[in-house]
Design a protein around this ligand. Structure first.
Ligand SMILES: Nc1ncnc2c1ncn2[C@@H]1O[C@H](COP(=O)(O)OP(=O)(O)OP(=O)(O)O)[C@@H](O)[C@H]1O
Length: 258
């Protein structure tokens, strides 16, 4: 079953176009969207989350066309963690994560026990519980990234989209976030879709790959099969060696720009 399908999606934004984007993103798997800067990855994520409306074509989430979703229903189905270097003032981590429960609340509703349990769970899974009472803006970039992931998890959706979740993180925090996402995917069968620049992470942590170039889908499939030296030449115009180590660990060695 597909978590998200797009069919012949066209979209103009400024001088840029998404062109004929037809995709089927598998349910309960981890999907990476890769491609050069400006190839349309974030635009595609926004199209999948109703932030941008296609000029033509259709997007289905869990088999239902996007225009048929009510706002709160959609927020209970799909969570989006965007790229952000901005700090959020005057909120503790606990308060920020509790915002993830908004789709389940009416105005002025207080948190009930279920909300509190889910917020606690989201902070436990992301190892942010120890920061619960700290102001969000006092956290390091890596800690903030995990707190924002906790807020998205507290939305308790089947599908979560992440725009560059490992950007701005040191290598240890990058691996920590990727391993956390793998565990979340396995334990809760959550569909995870993320924009990634690190192809080695895409190859080694993701089940499915979508490669974009100039607003079009260039390749889709198993990242371990798709990411080859030829692929890197076609998509990024670089010469690179791609080797399989320890049986199934993909090692990408960029050599030079062509
Ligand atoms: N609101 C907008 N107005 C005009 N142009 C836009 C707008 N949003 C995006 N674009 C352009 O659309 C193109 C694709 O942008 P997008 O952010 O989707 O690329 P990306 O693949 O996510 O890039 P990156 O890897 O650099 O984050 C870019 O050329 C960008 O400048």
């Amino acid at each position: 079953m597909s978590a998200i399908e797009t069919s012949q999606v066209h979209l103009h934004i400024g001088g840029f176009q998404l062109k004929n984007v037809t995709l089927s993103i598998p349910s309960e798997k981890i999907t990476a969207i890769v491609g050069p800067n400006g190839s349309g990855k974030s635009t595609l994520l926004q199209t999948m989350t109703r932030l941008l409306v296609p000029d033509q074509g259709e997007v289905l989430v869990q088999d239902k066309p996007l225009p048929q979703y009510k706002t709160m229903e959609f927020a209970k189905t799909v969570a989006l963690m965007t790229q952000s270097k901005h700090t959020i003032p005057n909120l503790t981590v606990g308060e920020l994560v509790a915002y993830g429960r908004s789709p389940y609340k009416r105005l002025f509703d207080h948190s009930n026990q279920e909300d509190k349990d889910i917020v606690q769970w989201a902070m436990e899974v992301t190892h942010t519980l120890r920061h619960e009472n700290r102001m969000f803006h006092t956290l390091s970039g890596g800690e903030q990234q995990k707190a924002r992931l906790a807020m998205a998890l507290a939305q308790k959706t089947n599908i979560i989209l992440l725009d560059e979740p490992t950007t701005f993180l040191d290598i240890a925090h990058q691996l920590d976030v990727m391993e956390m996402l793998v565990k979340i995917n396995q334990a809760y069968r959550m569909t995870i879709i993320m924009v990634l620049h690190d192809l080695q992470q895409a190859a080694n942590y993701c089940h499915y790959l979508v490669a974009m170039k100039k607003g079009e889908i260039q390749k889709t499939g198993n990242p371990k099969e798709v990411i080859t030296a030829e692929f890197l030449k076609d998509i990024y115009q670089i010469e690179a060696k791609v080797r399989l180590e320890d049986e199934d660990y993909v090692n990408i060695m960029p050599l030079r720009k062509l």
